[in-house]
Design a protein around this ligand. Structure first.
Ligand code: CA
Length: 718
């Protein structure tokens, strides 16, 4: 009998410690530094690997060990997980892949078969930020709002539940987390008009355990809780419940297991503009807030609102990191976040008390955070009711979803930050149209839009060199100041990994994977990735080898909306895995075919102007400002003669909805589609003429940052 007990003990050991993922295993993540068990490596989401084999001395020998083609051409944003020798990751359209972490051999894959026309509801590309693991299951949220449990060994579907109301344009792009047997998932859609919430599902059955709404529902309905009654007192008017109010929890979560508190970030309002969303004023809870709840039942504990009455798309869905910091001689359990609004916050994570906040990028909408009230002090620039104001940061944020990392050794947080600005105004004729129309409450026909549509595309991209740049910032969260930084020509870049050996890794929009010295910012190593990077790297080890893994696929919000200077788009999305002595090489990126000669101009000055306004209302977020894109989705300036002839059938007939081009028949009339076509042909000629040009005009794309800055200031754009 004793050996039977021993056998049971061994079985229990093998199922709990080596095959099954439990809360204990995630809490003790530092005991298995070779694994990456949850999104941010541990529940604190610090994204610091304890592995030290790859270090400052030998990093020159780092090379590609293997790569895996995901078979997709859209943005890749996932943090892979590595559990017991298998690497689990996701691709575009919420596909899941399980590969041998040593060789890259595919073990299984899962395609949730999202109807491609649902992609029109995705503001920021059909991306996915990864899976969660619990016991013997892998969980993924899908673009069309499902939460799916897969068998960890085979990829077979265990359960598949719809988490959204399909009458509304909800999407899921974030990675689930699992705490105490509950799978936690939010959603996106606040650009179009939804009501946000975070849900907890039973990991074994898929049953909904609880739901925490982030904004109040219709005033005529009973509020779901006292917390919703409290939130409703901070809203006015009757537009928000029609549009949805927003407040989507689309990305960040962290968990303090000792206090049993779950933290999550809340997004912007629907519509963006506060004068329309809540015309009588009010803070509009819980928009742009960090909310602390009990993960077992979803009950409210505290909240901190980073941007009361947000009107700039300043989400607080950015990465949340938990750490213990010595502040004014006292050890504090803190939560850190660098949300879009440009301020870096250090908050007591038990009480919600604000400990400090300083701006990490230039900020024009607020002068500072008042430490007595914990509120931002708005400047004149914040008021864009009567006139257009250009504000920093832009809606892309001083920092977006791209994860930062905290290195307990250096005491620094590494922020993949952005410098940018955008014009904001108020559409006093705002009308809620329903469906997946963008509802920002801003006018589309502005002087800024005239500039974008009148300037040749190459010059526009060059101007972005001045008004939009990337910056990796090493930030001291105790002193609240920058210690070192590195500028990137492309604004949109990858998330960050740091290691106990004093390294910081980041991929860039211009197609490089770079390692820096975590203490000084010194550039130590780089390798071409062929395509621009959005995702954060992770690290793991197997059989004595340390690996660094990174998803490589260009796309996402910024690259879809505009052509960023220096950005690279290879066409193929891949998982890249590096180790010391790796000798694999990547195939070259795709060659763009030559641009076809555009058809003869069809529009009048008036129809082209009308078409430009309509294009920038309905088409810009997939096909790029002024059609100037990296062709992640079709570059309309390269349209074939056949596509030009079938323009009405494509735009209003929905003949390409199977590949994601949904019908816009309910949004634009036949005459309006003709005007858009006139503008598309006009913009095609702009590029054609620019490409044929010679001399200084042709060289303008390569102008230096300083020359562009000079030109921009002469044009009065700054
Ligand atoms: Ca948003």
């Amino acid at each position: 009998m004793p050996y039977l007990i021993l056998l049971f003990a061994l079985l229990a050991e093998s199922t709990i410690t080596h095959a099954s993922v439990s809360g204990e295993r995630i809490i003790e993540a530092d005991n298995e530094p070779g694994s990456w068990l949850t999104h941010g490596r541990n529940y604190a989401e610090d994204r610091m690997s304890p592995l030290t084999q790859i270090n400052k001395d030998n990093i020159k020998d780092l090379g590609l060990a293997w790569y895996f083609d995901t078979g997709t051409t859209r943005g890749l944003e996932a943090s892979p997980l590595v559990i017991d020798g298998v690497i689990y990751t996701t691709g575009s359209w919420s596909k899941v892949f399980a590969n041998d972490a040593r060789t890259g051999e595919e073990l299984w894959s899962y395609d949730p078969e999202v109807p491609r026309a649902w992609g029109v509801n995705a503001c920021c590309d059909v991306v996915n930020r990864g899976v969660a693991a619990w016991e013997n299951s892998i969980f993924v949220g899908t673009i069309d709002g499902r939460l799916v449990s897969l068998n960890k060994e085979t990829g077979a579907v265990e359960w598949d539940v719809l988490t959204i109301d399909k009458e509304r344009p909800y999407t899921i792009t974030g990675a689930p987390r699992v705490v105490n047997g509950k799978v936690l998932i939010g959603n996106g859609g606040a650009e179009y008009g939804v009501r946000g919430y975070l849900s907890g599902y039973d990991a074994r059955t898929g049953d909904l355990s609880w739901r925490f709404f982030t904004v109040p529902g219709h005033p005529a309905d009973e509020h779901e809780s006292d917390v919703m009654r409290m939130a409703a007192e901070t809203w006015t008017g009757n537009v928000y419940h029609q549009v949805g109010g927003g407040g989507t929890a689309w990305d960040s979560m962290a968990y303090d297991h000792e206090a049993n508190i779950l933290y999550f970030g809340v997004g912007n309002g629907s519509p963006w503009n506060r004068h329309i969303r809540s015309p009588g004023g009010g803070d509009n809870l819980f928009l742009s807030s960090i909310v602390a709840i009990n993960p077992d039942n979803g009950e409210y504990i505290w909240h901190y609102q980073t941007t009361p009455a947000d009107t700039w798309d300043y989400t607080a869905t950015q990465h949340i990191i938990l750490a213990d910091l010595e502040i004014k001689g006292e050890m504090r359990k803190v939560l850190m976040q660098a949300p879009k609004n440009g301020f870096f916050y250090v908050i007591d994570r038990i009480t919600g008390e604000l400990l400090s906040a300083e701006n990490y990028v230039p900020v024009t909408w607020a002068s500072h955070i008042d430490m007595k009230t914990g509120r931002p002090v708005e400047t004149e620039n914040a008021d864009h009711l009567a006139e257009t104001k250009t504000t920093s940061p832009a809606q892309f944020g001083g920092h977006n979803w791209h994860p930062m990392a905290y290195n307990a050794g250096t005491g620094l947080v590494y922020i993949p930050a952005m410098l940018n600005q955008a014009p904001y105004n108020t559409d006093t004729n705002f009308e809620y149209l329903g469906g997946s129309n963008w509802h920002m409450g801003q006018m589309a026909d502005t002087p800024e839009m005239d500039i974008i549509t009148s300037i040749p595309p190459g010059l526009m991209t060059a101007i972005f060199k001045r008004i939009a740049r990337g910056k990796l910032i090493a930030w001291d969260p105790v002193q609240q100041k920058e210690v070192w930084s590195v500028m990137h020509e492309t604004m949109w870049n990858g998330g960050v990994l740091t290691t106990a050996s004093g390294l910081v890794f980041q991929g860039t929009g211009d197609g490089r994977f770079i390692a820096y010295d975590a203490e000084t910012g010194k550039h130590l190593w780089e390798s071409p990735t062929v395509t621009g990077i959005l995702a954060p790297p992770i690290s793991y080890s197997l059989d004595g080898d340390q690996y660094i893994a990174l998803m490589a696929g260009w796309g996402g919000a910024g690259p879809l909306a505009m052509k960023l200077p220096g950005s690279k788009s290879a066409g193929n999305g891949r998982l890249l895995v590096y180790k010391l002595g790796g000798e694999e090489t990547l195939p070259p990126g795709r060659e763009r075919p030559p641009m076809p000669v555009p058809p003869a101009q069809t529009g009048t000055e008036a129809s082209i102007a009308e078409g430009s306004v309509l294009y920038h209302q309905h088409c810009v977020y997939c096909h790029g400002a002024a059609l100037n894109s990296d062709a992640i989705i079709a570059d309309l300036r390269y349209m074939s003669e056949g596509s030009h002839q079938a323009f009405q059938q494509i735009v209003r007939g929905g003949i390409l909805s199977g590949i994601g081009m949904a019908s816009f028949a309910e949004r634009v009339t036949e005459e309006e589609a003709d005007a858009i076509h006139d503008y598309v042909i006009y913009a095609s000629h702009q590029k054609w003429d620019e490409d044929q040009a010679t001399g200084w005009w042709k060289d303008l794309r390569d102008w230096s940052y300083e020359v562009i800055a000079d030109v921009v200031s002469r044009f009065g754009l700054m």
